[in-house]
Each structure stands twice: as structure tokens, then as C-alpha cells.
Design a protein around this ligand. Sequence first.
Ligand SMILES: Nc1ncnc2c1ncn2[C@@H]1O[C@H](COP(=O)(O)OP(=O)(O)OP(=O)(O)O)[C@@H](O)[C@H]1O
Ligand SMILES: [Mg+2]
Length: 235
Amino acid sequence: MSTEPLTRQTRTDPEPQEAARRVLAASERDLQRLVLDMHDGPVQYLFAAVSQLQTAASRLRPNSESRRRVRRGLRLLEQALQEIRDLIGGLRPPGFERRPVAELIEGLAVQHETMTGQAIEIAIEPDVGDCALAAKIALYRIVQEALANGYRHGRASRQRLELRRTGPALELTVSDDGRGFDAKRVLLAEQEVGVEGGHFGLRGIQDRVAVLAGTFAVESAPGRGTKLTVTVPCT
Ligand SMILES: Nc1ncnc2c1ncn2[C@@H]1O[C@H](COP(=O)(O)OP(=O)(O)OP(=O)(O)O)[C@@H](O)[C@H]1O
Ligand SMILES: [Mg+2]
């Protein structure tokens, strides 16, 4: 029998909240890796294809059917490139570590206005302070999704974004006067199908909020606009 003293292996489990925060920051890193991969891979191939086809088109007989077809193909490739560029632009980190939360969110709303031509009423309290990285990332991605939903699905004529401090948390409201939807039915359906159903947006918002122990509410009804309210601890 061994006489060696038994050593007890103790492991200090990380605080669940702490672990979840790290997961959030890590998923943002994965996203940025994906952005880089898209930029360095498919985008470069598409650029090269556009340039090859431009040369080929210039050598084809003017007004020939072949030249028309190559030009049509070129326009489609250019459209694909533009769409990928817009997507990459929206995913790129806006300086999470460096910029305070209010500035990040305001910048995002202005960017959304520029991209969509849709005016947003922005009401951000002057002294909301700043949050830890995970909360900032969560709030930013939530605003991005909520504004996109209002524009894509709501076809709203007005969108409004509010940010205010309520004690140790920030309360964010994104609302629109658009078509609205049956929120109860959609949330229930998303719960059942999970991410395999093809709609990630509202599910993702709820997950981000849950990880940070915040709150989530959506008020909407067909024809009556939509109002999303989340609170996220922000210290
Ligand atoms: N502001 C809104 N106005 C009207 N309908 C909305 C609004 N937000 C969400 N919806 C409805 O709820 C559904 C679910 O939204 P969700 O963001 O979860 O998924 P999605 O936008 O369809 O897809 P994804 O976000 O994954 O690209 C939408 O398809 C739409 O019918
Ligand atoms: Mg969505």
C-alpha cells in the first residue's frame, strides 16, 4: 500500500455569472474571426472574378449576346459583393473596449439611419455611465437586431431608441409604429423550434439578456407597432 499522503484535488468552479460573461465575450471573438475569414476568403475571390470578367467583357463584341450575359453576371457579382460588405460592416467591432456604451449605441443608430434611410428618434440620457464589456456587447447586438427587425418586418415610418439608467441597470427601449406582430405566438414558436427554425433574432436577444440576469419584454400586436424593452445590469 502506498504511504504517500493523499493530496486533495480541489477545483474552484468559476462563478456561473463570470463564466457566462466570458462566453459572451468569446462569442464576439468568434464573430470577428468569421468576419475576417469572409473578408480574406470569399470577398477576395469575388473581387478577382469581377476583374477577370471585366477584362473578358471588354474583349467581346459590343452588343453581342455573350457580352450582355457577362455584364449581367458582373452586376450580380457586384451586388453579392456589396451585400457581403454591408454584412461585414454591421458585424465589425465598433471599438467595444474603447468607447462608452451611449456612444456605441448612438453610433449604431446613426449607421442604421444611413444604411436604411430610416430616421430614428434617439433619446439617450446624458449620464448613463459605462458598463463592463459583456453588457456593452450585449446591448449593442440587441439594438442592432431590434432596429433591423423594425425596419425589415415592421416597415415602420418611425423608429425610436431610448436608453436610461435605472439604478445598477440600463433600460433600453426600441420601438416602432410599424405593422406589429403576434409576439406571444412568435416567442412561443421560437422557444419550441430553437435556433433550427431559422429565426434567431428575438431568441438571441432573450439569451443575451438571460446570461446577464436582465429582463426582456416585447409588446406588439398586428397593426399596432412594436416596443421592445430590456434591462441589463451595467456597472
Ligand atoms: N419590429 C417588428 N415588427 C414587426 N414584426 C416583427 C418585429 N420584430 C419581429 N417581428 C416578427 O417576429 C418574427 C421573429 O423575429 P426574429 O428577429 O426572431 O427572426 P427574424 O427577424 O425573422 O430572423 P433573424 O432575426 O434570425 O434574421 C419576424 O419574422 C417577424 O415576423
Ligand atoms: Mg430578426
